[in-house]
Ligand binder design. Structure first.
Ligand code: LLP
Length: 420
């Protein structure tokens, strides 16, 4: 919970809106975001990196709803995108294309061409083949593509293995030990303008030591490149700051992170680019769901919710734990232990195991907390369950920022070929 998502007189509020007011007119499940929380997080991050030239390029993949991007664009934030779709979203929401970095291991020629034509801050290149393709596309357009190499420092970020990206075994980046020669090669290509270096070692990182080691490796590389007359303008240090989902999680100290960056990278005369995702939006969102059934099996109690793994998949994908709380604390009743599960026909459609749920009856509404990052963006229509709607709250107002599609809209995208 944060101060904008809290109980007032036993009712759960997001800012000044009682969530129960929304359930009166909109069928659950749905996401609700607090715009003020997003703004606060952005400001907090910005304050921690004061004193040097820093640019926050919000990692769009964490939550790409246009209303989220618009909020960040209005605060002067840029964007870290990984597809032409995300690039277009960012621009539509008002992000300055000169503040967009294009990351990802699988950029395609049409994506490179379109972003290059319309402009961007830099491509974060992940392989020699990609470098060569970008060079070819840029040369064909008579342009020079601004590029940074994403280096893989072979550092263990100490996070869940599915979200670790900076180990030599991961598919990401070029090995830092080969970086010098690759930069040298790139410096000879006509369609390429080297502007920076990039690194991203993983997500939900709680230990700042991994960042420290990474930054130190970057400094060595930058100094080596200087000797080759390759001067960089930008150091992109990716995202990855963890947040506190449960009492067991350790939240890294933001000030310490800022100090670390300032101390190690702050005097190199470069702009530092940050790509936070989870930190900006993670605690801004809840997923509101209804208890469909309570079911007793031989040795377990199940609580079956109308939200499923198609609406929220972090638990199924990473074994993540998200707290679950009632919308109303008014009811009297016993707290009971449940396995909280969704309606999808998969055993991994399990949100919580042996979890003490306060006073839950069939028909009651509950909310999963801290689902603003990697929540709605990872949803699907598996089991032909329509994509989950999203609501943005700002002080007293709220608005549906993505509607639930009708079944007809879903089916209209498909065809039955008229074959005998
Ligand atoms: N930059 C790059 C290149 C990334 O790949 C990512 C996240 C970020 C920035 C933002 O990282 P953040 O600040 O949010 O940690 N779905 C997973 C997380 C996947 C992260 C993918 N990359 C989850 O729900 O935990």
């Amino acid at each position: 919970m944060n101060k904008h998502i809290s109980y007032k007189l036993s009712q759960l509020f997001v800012e000044d809106v009682a969530v129960s007011e929304i359930t009166e007119s909109l069928r659950t499940p749905f996401y609700v975001y607090s715009r003020t929380t997003i703004k606060d997080n952005f400001h907090r991050f910005k304050r921690s990196i004061e004193g040097f030239d820093g640019l926050i390029c919000y990692s769009v993949k964490a939550n790409s709803n246009l209303s989220v991007l618009e909020t960040i664009a209005k605060l002067g934030g840029g964007a870290d995108v990984v597809s032409l779709g995300e690039y277009k979203r960012a621009l539509r929401a008002g992000v300055d294309p000169k503040k967009v970095v294009f990351s990802g291991v699988g950029k395609q020629d049409f994506e490179i061409a379109e972003t290059l034509k319309s402009s961007l801050l830099q491509f974060n290149i992940e392989s020699i083949s990609e470098l060569e393709l970008i060079n070819k596309v840029a040369s064909g357009l008579n342009k020079q593509a601004p590029i940074a190499f994403r280096v893989n420092p072979d550092i263990d970020a100490g996070t869940h293995e599915n979200i670790s990206t900076g180990k030599a075994d991961n598919k990401f980046g070029i090995p830092i030990i080969n970086a010098k020669e690759i930069y040298e090669y790139a410096s000879k290509l006509n369609g390429i303008k080297i502007v920076g270096v990039d690194v991203h070692i993983g997500s939900q990182i709680s230990n700042l030591n991994a960042f420290r080691q990474t930054f130190e490796n970057l400094v060595n590389l930058i100094n080596d490149l200087k000797k080759l007359n390759i001067d960089l303008e930008n150091i992109d240090i990716g995202g990855g700051l963890g947040i506190k989902y449960t009492d067991d999680d350790i939240e890294p100290d933001l000030q310490e992170y800022g100090t670390l960056v300032r101390q190690i990278l702050g005097n190199l005369n470069c702009r530092i680019i940050f790509e936070p995702g989870r930190f900006i939006v993670g605690n801004s969102g809840i997923l509101v769901t209804k208890v469909l059934y309570k079911k007793k099996s031989q040795n377990k109690n199940f609580l079956i919710t109308d939200a499923g793994m198609n609406d929220f998949s972090r638990t199924a994908l990473y074994g993540a734990a998200h707290r679950l709380i009632p919308l109303s604390k008014e009811k009297s009743g016993e707290a009971e232990f449940f396995d909280v599960v969704g309606p999808v026909c998969e055993t991994t459609d399990t949100f919580l195991k042996n979890y003490l749920v306060e006073k839950a009856e069939e028909g009651d509404f509950l909310a999963f907390l801290d689902v603003g990052a990697y929540g709605a963006v990872l949803s699907s229509e598996y089991n032909t369950r329509p994509l989950v709607p999203e609501i943005m709250v700002y002080e007293k107002r709220y608005e549906m920022v993505r509607a639930r599609p009708t079944y007809e809209e879903i089916f209209d995208k498909e065809v039955m070929p008229n074959w005998e």
